[in-house]
Design a protein around this ligand. Structure first.
Ligand SMILES: C[S@@+](CC[C@H](N)C(=O)[O-])C[C@H]1O[C@@H](n2cnc3c(N)ncnc32)[C@H](O)[C@@H]1O
Length: 228
């Protein structure tokens, strides 16, 4: 078993520097989300992460907003984050907590874990931002044990044609503002086409946030029976 503790900070490129907006975005990320977290997302995170078990890997951990909600009895917790500015905030939050976890510099498309080795993968507001979500989801399928689970909380493309059309129209500017985030991505469908089966799905609204990112899905997917 991999036994990372919070002092095991793995950073493949310690000298890497973020562009100015990347650094600024990392600074404003928590304040920008604050109202939405208070208005319900914190509760969604708490409910979702309570289901994590065993060897748990989070993808796109950002500044570490999920940290307080992981169960204490996980075997191992590894937080992956490819962006240096976000990762630096994540490491700071981890140092200030009493949580044992490793931080790994890795994109979700290339996870440094063996096939079928992970019990739980967590993705919260990460599948909107990864450049190649199909690759990332197939990578998650690769690392999950046969009885493993993907726990997700994501903002997604709206069912409403009117709102979806606004999401399409504003996708470009939103993506530039939110560091690669796609506000119009149909993530549930992607999950299901990449070898996972969703067996628990809740829809919610991200209150106190711009309408184009309000439609939320939260739930669990497991390795499907269809060919991945
Ligand atoms: C909107 S933030 C979400 C952060 C955190 N998961 C949360 O719930 O607040 C998206 C995160 O995904 C990260 N990210 C971007 N590209 C990624 C990739 N290819 N693989 C994994 N994470 C990625 C970003 O650096 C950022 O930290």
């Amino acid at each position: 078993m991999i036994a990372l503790v919070k002092t095991d900070i793995i950073d493949a490129t310690p000298s890497e520097r973020s562009a100015p907006w990347a650094r600024a975005f990392a600074v404003v990320y928590d304040p920008f989300l604050y109202a939405g977290e208070r208005a319900g997302v914190r509760a969604l995170r708490k409910e979702l992460l309570g289901k994590a078990r065993g060897f748990t890997v989070e993808v796109g951990s950002g500044t570490g907003l999920n940290l307080p909600y992981y169960p204490d009895d996980l075997d191992t917790l590894v937080l992956t984050e490819p962006d240096p500015a976000m990762r630096s905030r994540l490491e700071k939050r981890l140092r200030g907590s009493d949580r044992d976890a490793g931080v790994v510099h890795a994109p979700a498309e290339q996870l440094p874990f063996a096939n079928r080795s992970v019990d739980t993968v967590v993705s919260t507001f990460a599948m909107c931002t990864v450049d190649a979500p199909e690759l990332a989801l197939r990578e998650i399928v690769r690392v999950l044990r046969p009885d493993g689970q993907l726990l997700f909380l994501e903002h997604v493309r709206s069912h409403s044609p009117r709102l979806a059309s606004w999401q399409d129209r504003l996708a470009g500017p939103w993506r530039r503002f939110a560091r690669g985030c796609r506000c119009n991505r149909a993530t549930a469908a992607l999950i299901e086409t990449c070898g996972l089966t969703i067996d628990d799905l809740h829809e919610a609204s991200w209150r106190a946030m711009p309408p184009i990112v309000r439609p939320l899905i939260a739930g669990r997917a497991q390795i499907g029976t269809t060919d991945a």
